[in-house]
Design a protein around this ligand. Structure first.
Ligand code: BGC
Length: 796
């Protein structure tokens, strides 16, 4: 299906088309366009979509007798549309042609990952043997983030005449890419205006409904030497019609160049004027292609992760999509990590805790991008404080789903497509998201050495999250411990005790241990801040003198439940019924979404020891076994190797892997403990999107956390790499299936450090600079230095 740097789909399979569109999406971090066929409007088979990072719109819908608000990443007008048909000299006009035409003879789609170029080649041949070959080449410019272009080349075989081409910009698009959301309001664009400028330029402006972001698209269509036969603007779009003479040996090209602007752009200005100016400046297609490829070349150098073989090819695709969602252009924007990329409408473009899996890679390769994503959270600290206050708490309570304002965007009701019932969505009780934000702050600072950030915005986030945990923990005199009650853990299936009238579960081990970690880091951070900064922060946050003592106490006495010698997912988990996994697998085959299956049966997953994804075991993703043992010891519990191994085995066998994050985390945890099954889970994480293992979800948008997480699994997981103030620590846990690989990282001011892992050996090359030598720490506290301009080899 795919070779080296090319990702390819041969043949046309309508069933697969949405997956192809998602995996062939092109983007530049500012906006992305799905890899849809230019000939087709949105329908059952095709779903064109263009999404601008951070462009959300809030609408109210009536579902199940209630009015619910949702904020969606808006599908913008379709700029790619190009319809065509043959006008042979010797016969009547042919049909409008699409991949669904009966005359289709050949179809292939491929993405050149190196250059960020999508090509679709199509061949039609009618009953009389008249052939038309059509090749589309598309880019979304990685250098100039406002531009995209699409070149279409027509060749005729066995006939002469003309091709009638309609080049359109369609503003009637809606957000209708996810079947489950069909009952919700889908119209986000209003106040359309459209028209033409001289030189083949069509323009369309519109606004989102709320908050009213102005959008302008200017599209220049060039097909030399022909001018449009007709130009028609409707209230929602434009169509330019061309009659292009064609015949054997006489091919025709049509180039559409898009400039996309929004009223949120900086510097501020009229979006249409800016889009017109962009188009005026834009060179012809070959020039655009050259600068676009050059920008990609730079990204691949900085982002390098070179793994041989099939795994390496999939990892390259993952990296490609990560960099199309979050690129150096992201630094200029106020955006977070959209869980499903800019590739589709699932989860409405919302930001969850998935940055936990994305920031480690970015911090090592694109630290400025990682920092800007943390600043997205910092700008929403006031909203998180308000949320904490409204919930009767203190500090900052980050929302489970975040979008534009930072308020809670988790839907109130969700549809179980199996039963057709709308159910309360309690996933917003996943308060652990706050710890993920704080953890990311700390990890970013360790990796980059960016103390400027840690001591300012970073400290505000971390301390406010710590404060929130201290306020949320209530002392239980009977237990002699603090408890955090009424939450939901990463598992998501368990959102209440069976037959309970109140939502949430108590003492989620992952929530409590990570909260204890945040509190301990908060205390450390206060201790290490320069005096003046500490005073300033204490004033700014109104920290009172007694707070750190309370943090210390809570961080040592949070309750972590155990049962049968293993860490319990939450208090009472061990009393839940055991599920008959074999029967359910035999009955349903795929039981990843066990929650939906059981609800449709009139049962509830809340009754069973069955988890959607890693919950307790997430601790083994965030912390090395020795760190975890120390964290538990600080809490007064013993977590030795045996207890942890039993805990891993216990929970792994009770997990349905209903999220793509599940195999990633389990692969990581098992690799760390050299578990026999590690590769099975890593492989499943690699296949998550390319094989659409969650059954149809990839077409609705990629799973960015899982994609980025696989890159990090190789770079940090298999090398045991930890970037910290005392140097780069490496403690490899190699997997036989990936014995050698190389990557390039940034570390504490060093840029372009190249790490090569080979069986039993490691090479580190530090590029020439005026920096101090790089310190490498190998297992057994063996310390070495690598001066700038040198490469050193180490035996492992
Ligand atoms: C997972 C969450 C994740 C979300 C967005 C859900 O299916 O359970 O952990 O944050 O998807 O990727």
């Amino acid at each position: 299906m795919t070779t080296g740097w090319t990702w390819r789909y041969d043949g046309y399979d309508p069933e697969r088309e949405r997956l192809v569109e998602a995996l062939c999406t092109l983007g530049n971090g500012r906006f992305a366009t799905r890899g849809s066929a230019p000939e087709c409007d949105a329908g059952v088979l095709h779903y064109p979509g263009t999404y601008l990072a951070g462009c959300y719109d809030r609408r109210t819908s009536a579902v199940a007798g209630r009015r619910v608000e949702n904020e969606d990443l808006v599908n913008l007008p379709n700029w790619t549309l190009l319809r065509y048909r043959c006008l042979p000299d010797d016969g009547p006009p042919g049909d409008w042609l699409t991949p669904d035409s009966e005359y289709l003879r050949h179809h292939d789609v491929q993405v050149d990952l190196q250059g960020g170029v999508l090509t679709r080649s199509v061949l039609f041949r009618d009953a009389r043997g008249r052939g038309l070959r059509v090749g589309h080449t598309r880019i979304v410019h990685m250098g100039d983030s406002h531009l995209a272009a699409q070149l279409t080349l027509f060749r005729a075989y066995g006939w002469s005449g003309a091709v009638e081409v309609e080049s359109a910009v369609d503003g009637t698009v809606t957000n209708s890419g996810v079947e489950r959301y069909r009952h919700l309001e889908q119209h986000h664009l209003t106040q359309h205006r459209a028209g033409f400028d001289p030189g083949g330029v069509a323009w369309l402006t519109c606004r989102t409904a709320d908050p009213g972001i102005g959008i302008a698209m200017a599209v220049r269509t060039v097909t030399r030497p022909v001018r449009p036969a007709r130009e028609a603007a409707t209230s929602t779009g434009t169509v330019q019609t061309y009659h292009l003479p064609i015949g054997p040996g006489r091919s025709v090209t049509v180039v559409k160049t898009l400039a996309l602007r929004a009223s949120t752009d900086r510097p501020a200005g009229d979006p249409l004027t800016a889009a017109r100016d962009d188009l005026d400046r834009a060179p012809a297609f070959p020039g655009l292609l050259a600068t676009h490829r050059a920008a990609w070349q730079r990204l691949w150098e900085q982002g390098e992760l070179d793994v041989p073989g099939e795994a390496g090819r999939v990892l390259r695709l993952h990296l490609f999509h990560l960099l199309q969602t979050l690129s150096p252009h992201t630094v200029e924007l106020d955006v977070g990590v959209p869980a499903r990329g800019l590739h589709g409408e699932a989860y409405r473009g919302h930001v969850f805790w998935d940055e936990l899996f994305v920031l480690p890679y970015l911090s090592l390769h694109f630290p400025e991008v990682a920092r800007s994503l943390l600043m997205y959270r910092h700008r929403r600290l006031p909203a998180a404080r308000d949320a904490a206050r409204r919930a009767g708490g203190t500090g900052a309570m980050y929302p489970w789903q975040s979008a534009s304002s930072g308020r809670e965007e988790t839907q109130e009701l969700h549809l179980n497509p199996r039963s057709g019932r709308w159910l309360p969505d309690l996933s917003r009780l996943q308060r652990h998201v706050g710890s993920a934000v704080a953890y990311n702050v700390w990890r970013y600072a360790q990796t980059t050495g960016d103390l400027g950030f840690l001591h300012s915005a970073g400290a505000e986030i971390l301390l406010e999250v710590a404060r929130h945990w201290a306020g949320s923990a209530a002392f239980d005199p009977e237990l002699g411990r603090y408890r955090i009650r009424g939450v939901v853990g990463p598992d998501e299936y368990h959102d209440a005790y069976p037959d309970a009238t109140t939502p949430g579960i108590d003492d989620n081990a992952y929530t409590n241990v990570t909260a204890a970690w945040v509190l301990a880091r908060g205390i450390d951070l206060l201790g290490e801040l320069p005096d003046s900064r500490r005073t300033e922060l204490a004033e700014r946050l109104s920290l009172d003198d007694g707070e750190p003592d309370r943090w210390e106490d809570v961080s040592r006495r949070l309750h972590v439940p155990f049962h049968q010698g293993v860490v319990s997912q939450f208090e009472g988990y061990g009393h839940l019924a055991e599920l008959d996994w074999d029967t359910y697998r035999a009955r349903y085959g795929d039981i990843r979404r066990l929650d939906r299956i059981l609800e449709a049966e009139g049962d509830t997953v809340n009754r069973y020891q069955a988890s959607k994804q890693a919950d307790t075991l997430m601790l083994g993703y965030l912390f090395r076994p020795d760190e975890l043992a120390a964290l538990f010891a600080r809490l007064g519990y013993r977590l030795d190797d045996d207890v942890w191994r039993s805990t891993v085995a216990y929970h792994l066998s009770r997990t349905s892997h209903g999220s793509t994050l599940s195999s990633l985390v389990h692969g990581w945890v098992l690799a760390r403990q050299k578990g026999a099954d590690a590769w099975r889970y890593c492989e499943e994480a690699l296949l998550a999107d390319v094989a659409d293992v969650q059954g149809g979800t990839t077409g609705e948008g990629i799973h960015l956390g899982a994609m980025a997480g696989t890159l990090d699994l190789v770079e940090r997981g298999f090398t045991g790499l930890e970037a910290g103030p005392d140097g780069l620590r490496v403690a490899p846990v190699p997997l036989a299936q990936i014995p050698r690989f190389a990557f390039t990282l940034c570390f504490h001011g060093h840029r372009g450090v190249r790490v090569r892992m080979l069986p039993g050996r490691l090479a580190v090359r530090v590029p020439p600079s005026t920096q101090d030598p790089l310190i490498i720490v190998l297992p057994g506290e063996r310390r070495f230095t690598v001066p700038p301009g040198q490469e050193r080899w180490f035996r492992l």
